[in-house]
Design a protein around this ligand. Sequence first.
Ligand SMILES: C[S@@+](CC[C@H](N)C(=O)[O-])C[C@H]1O[C@@H](n2cnc3c(N)ncnc32)[C@H](O)[C@@H]1O
Length: 349
Amino acid sequence: MREVMALAAAVDGSSSFDSLRGMHQKLDDFYARGYLSTWCESVRPEWTLFLHEVFTKDIPTLLPSHHLKDSDQVGENAFAPTTTTTTTTTVSSKRVVDLGCGPSISNIISASAWSAHIVMCDVLTSNLAEIAKFRSASEDAFSWQHYFAFLSTFESSTSKVSRRGQEEDEGQEEEEERGENCNHLGTKVGPLLSPEDLEERTREAIQEICHCDISLPGCGLPERLVREGDLFEVGVASLVLDVVSTSEEMFRSALENVKGILKPHCGLLIIQGSLGESVYTVGSALFPVMNIDEQKLRQLFSEVGFEILKWQICQAQSQHYFGLLKVTGGTSKQMILKSRGGSRGEGDQ
Ligand SMILES: C[S@@+](CC[C@H](N)C(=O)[O-])C[C@H]1O[C@@H](n2cnc3c(N)ncnc32)[C@H](O)[C@@H]1O
């Protein structure tokens, strides 16, 4: 009965970050396995292809491999970007963080084409344990073969990236011998990466698995990962911001926390969420999600300081939005200082 009342309170927007986090933590032992069997047994093709397009086409154009630093500006138009580079400073590497990753690596398979430094984080121990099992190729790890097989029909062997983040030519000749191939859309894509290559690339790209809490400034990430001047180039937040928050105020605050760990002016956020929904299921358990419409959501992105570069609505069992957003302001330093008890006004905005 108490759970039903808690859910009702969450759905009508009167819950807090603590109560929502508590609902997940209470079912931690069950959550990862329940989520994998409820949501990960088959490929979600629209979202998976959105991620593929973003990581293999949009992001390489928006954030080219030459050195960027926090003061760099990337142009407003995602498809004709202008980049003003004023730097001689090298950033560590192209880093991606998957916030609230759950027990799933499906959102970072395409990311590993662009980045060899991916941080996986979540609030639940059971989810992090599943990611660790995948990374160590443990025998009882969940099998993601269906995702690797699906995506391997879209990835050319030229996108192979090593742990050091360098393009690899090795073995290319051998792969070229595989000749022309067609993907699921019937498009010729040339020599392809094998599912095994994709799995290896994804596994190698996972550099950190750590706890986070998006309701906290800095997303509760370890300080060493969100150092001033070396924030994340790209964040992925799939089906998580509207799980962490059930009201506009909470969503705004969580989104500010996410913005605070992305590079000012050019950091990118790839986001998925639901529209007009109020609950999601994990097995027989029900969890609240924020019920919001598209117009209000777009307004929140703009208010917090994100520009929408790419947007897609997908109608499947429920209505989902997929977005590629760019940080427009420079509040990152300020947000992190706020979280660590530093004084206001030291930020660069
Ligand atoms: C619906 S699942 C999404 C999982 C995965 N991102 C995906 O796309 O399949 C929501 C995730 O948010 C996580 N979560 C809930 N509250 C959180 C918080 N305060 N901070 C970080 N993650 C949180 C849950 O543990 C769960 O893994």
